[in-house]
Design a protein around this ligand. Structure first.
Ligand SMILES: Nc1ncnc2c1ncn2[C@@H]1O[C@H](COP(=O)(O)OP(=O)(O)OP(=O)(O)O)[C@@H](O)[C@H]1O
Ligand SMILES: N[C@@H](CCO)C(=O)O
Length: 305
């Protein structure tokens, strides 16, 4: 019988101009079933996961160990069965979900009683930016800003009544590679224009003006123009999703998945239209996850935050 389980949602980062800042949790999940054992062991039970590596090479274990070390604590060995709906290296926050799972694992095994702010700080240090990890941790829509002091400010909103359509190609694209094509610097003029798009887009999104938000999502100047050539069917997906009724379509995280937003209930229509045009993509209609990561003790749901 499992001692406890950890559930972490997938996420989509950026939403166009919210590069490295905004994220949204989606109802695909990474789940860990954890029980005490004589030694560390990971077992993968998902078509999305490669065979498990030895614990010391496993991102979830490495994160748990780092977390335990920060608090001068010792991880006692566990057997961890990993299930996942989240495809790897597709722009749906698989690495962020694994990092949050590792932090929750250490928090529970070492009885660290970490606050959500502490979890976010550790996760951001490991992932490099707070967008995906904040969404997986808090759930909902999150808009974050890491201040020069290292402190991370988080705005969170849960009541977004939308459908999300994801177009997942067969190919992987590592975030590391998708970041290499981005410019190191912007001029003041370029930065002002790109920020202006983000300002209007997120004000519209948060206030529920999705027509305007959707148009501005597609006007990003921070990353989409540089990454579009890496994304299979980029222009076609944007164009056809618009024709089918989507508010807007952008690269999900670092890609290669693209994501559209539609009004609630409209997602299936857009998905069916695009499915016909994209025979080699997997097209899913998803909803917002509003819970974020959670730890369940035995069968009794218990939120550890
Ligand atoms: N459940 C997991 N267990 C172990 N390692 C994982 C797990 N999920 C992701 N990873 C590691 O993270 C890598 C993918 O990270 P990457 O940042 O490239 O993509 P992503 O997180 O899926 O996409 P994005 O950050 O654009 O949303 C995988 O190749 C694997 O090394
Ligand atoms: N903000 C990140 C998300 C992927 O980790 C990027 O676009 O590179």
């Amino acid at each position: 019988m499992s001692m406890f389980s950890i559930t972490v949602p997938a996420s989509t980062a950026n939403l166009g101009p919210g590069f490295d800042s905004a994220g949204l949790a989606l109802n695909l999940y990474l789940t860990l079933h954890v029980e005490k054992s004589e030694q560390w062991e990971f077992v993968h039970q998902s078509v999305h996961l490669p065979p498990a590596s030895k614990a010391s090479d496993h991102l979830i274990y490495q994160t748990a160990e780092k977390t335990a070390n920060i608090y001068h604590s010792q991880l006692s060995p566990c057997k961890v069965i990993v299930e996942s709906d989240i495809p790897l290296a597709r722009g749906l926050g698989s690495s962020a979900s694994a990092i949050i799972a590792g932090i929750e694992l250490a928090n529970h095994v070492c009885e660290l009683s970490l606050s959500i702010e502490e979890k976010l700080r550790i996760a951001t240090d490991i992932e490099g930016h707070p967008d995906n990890v904040a969404a997986s941790l808090y759930g909902g829509l999150v808009i974050t800003s890491q201040l020069p002091s290292g402190e991370i400010e988080v705005f969170q909103k849960n009541d977004t009544n939308l459908d999300f359509i994801v177009y997942i190609p067969v190919v992987e694209l590592k975030t590391e590679d998708a970041r290499k094509v981005l410019p190191e610097q912007f001029t003041r003029n370029e930065a002002a224009k790109a920020s202006a798009v983000a300002n209007v887009m997120f004000s519209a999104f948060v206030s529920g003006n999705y027509e305007l938000a959707g148009r501005l999502m597609q006007e990003d100047l921070f990353h989409e123009p540089y990454r579009s050539s890496l994304i299979p069917n980029y222009a076609e997906i944007r164009e056809e999703a618009k024709i089918a009724g989507a508010y807007g379509t952008v690269i999900s995280g670092a890609g290669p998945t693209m994501i559209s937003i539609t009004s609630s209930g409209k997602g299936m229509e857009v998905a069916e239209h695009l499915e016909k045009l994209l025979p080699s993509h997997k097209v899913n209609v998803l909803k917002l996850d509003t819970n974020g990561s959670r730890v369940n003790l035995d069968a009794v749901k218990h939120n550890s935050k």
